[in-house]
Design a binder for this molecule. Structure first.
Ligand SMILES: [Fe+2]
Length: 295
């Protein structure tokens, strides 16, 4: 069709989208074009704003490297990552779920650590934290032999790959759950940290007067054939920014009770120390690992 006026554009594009062979891609492209065109009409996007938008999308790509993913950071900052997560988990959005954001810092090949071991690999000042976790299925039955990657930021708020003072793979480890579905380890209490703000995401936060912090959290990725890979973050419910996470990742189900103890630890005699007990619930499904956001 020949386009005469702006009202004709959407119809012409949708007509082409209708011809997409793959049915799911067709559904996505028709909806995308419908909403995108409606959005442009709604805000009466100017030519200058359109050029700026194109430049921003190009910049998101240019800023993304093997060690940094600005696209994932932007998706989180707009709540897209959490929306996708909650729509696709918890019996497809019907119940609460232990699933949370993958975030930009998961790495393949974390070193194996026996249960009870430590993931502190270089001198990392901080209060000791003892994590006792269980992995169960939707019926509450333990899942043994699950592979669990854990990772978290240091007590100064940096992941090892962002911080030359930490040994490679510091505060990362891979565990296997025992017959009761348990895994447990020692580490140091992490703190909340600011996401990188030197790029496009930083400019957005500045324009909206938003702080760049994520509340303190422990990442986990749990793999066992027969179950959907569980990607989770457990958040410190006492963190001052627990309800203003810049990545909108905190859900009620992922609040963790990081308990402070002021009496000596029963075996290690440290004071003070923290404990975290948490139960991860896996859903049945196909175990597909995500693509690591960084190397
Ligand atoms: Fe994180």
């Amino acid at each position: 069709m020949l386009i005469q006026q702006h009202e004709d554009v959407t119809a012409a594009v949708l007509d082409v989208m209708q011809r997409t062979c793959d049915p799911r891609l067709r559904e996505i492209m028709i909806s995308l074009v419908t909403h995108l065109h409606a959005f442009i009409q709604d805000v009466r996007l100017t030519e200058a704003e359109f050029r700026e938008a194109a430049a921003i999308i190009a910049e998101l790509g240019k800023l993304t490297t093997d060690a940094h993913n600005e696209v994932v950071l932007m998706a989180g900052s707009l709540g897209v990552s959490t929306l996708v997560c909650l729509l696709n988990n918890g019996d497809r959005g019907k119940t609460e779920t232990s699933q949370s954001l993958l975030g930009p810092f998961w790495r393949l090949n974390s070193p194996r650590v026996p249960n009870g071991g430590s993931i502190v690999r270089s001198d990392t000042p901080g209060t000791p934290l003892y994590v006792n976790a269980r992995v169960v299925d939707s019926a509450g039955e333990p899942i043994s032999g699950a592979e669990v990657d854990v990772w978290h930021a240091s007590p100064v708020g940096l992941y090892e790959n962002q911080d030359a003072s930490q040994t490679p793979m510091n505060l990362r480890g891979k565990f296997t759950t025992d017959e009761a579905g348990r895994f447990w380890f020692r580490t140091v209490k992490m703190v909340g940290y600011p996401i990188p703000t030197s790029g496009v995401v930083g400019r957005l936060l500045h324009a909206q007067d938003r702080h760049p912090f994520r509340p303190a959290h422990l990442h986990a990725l749990i793999f066992k054939p027969g179950y959907k890979v569980l990607i989770s973050q457990v958040y410190d419910h006492e963190d001052e920014r627990i309800d203003t996470d810049v990545q909108f990742g905190v859900t009620r189900k992922t609040l963790g009770d990081f308990k402070r103890h002021d009496e000596p630890h029963p075996t290690d005699a440290v004071v003070p120390w923290y404990s975290l007990d948490y139960v991860y619930v896996m859903e049945s499904g196909v175990a597909v690992l995500p693509r690591p956001p960084i190397k």
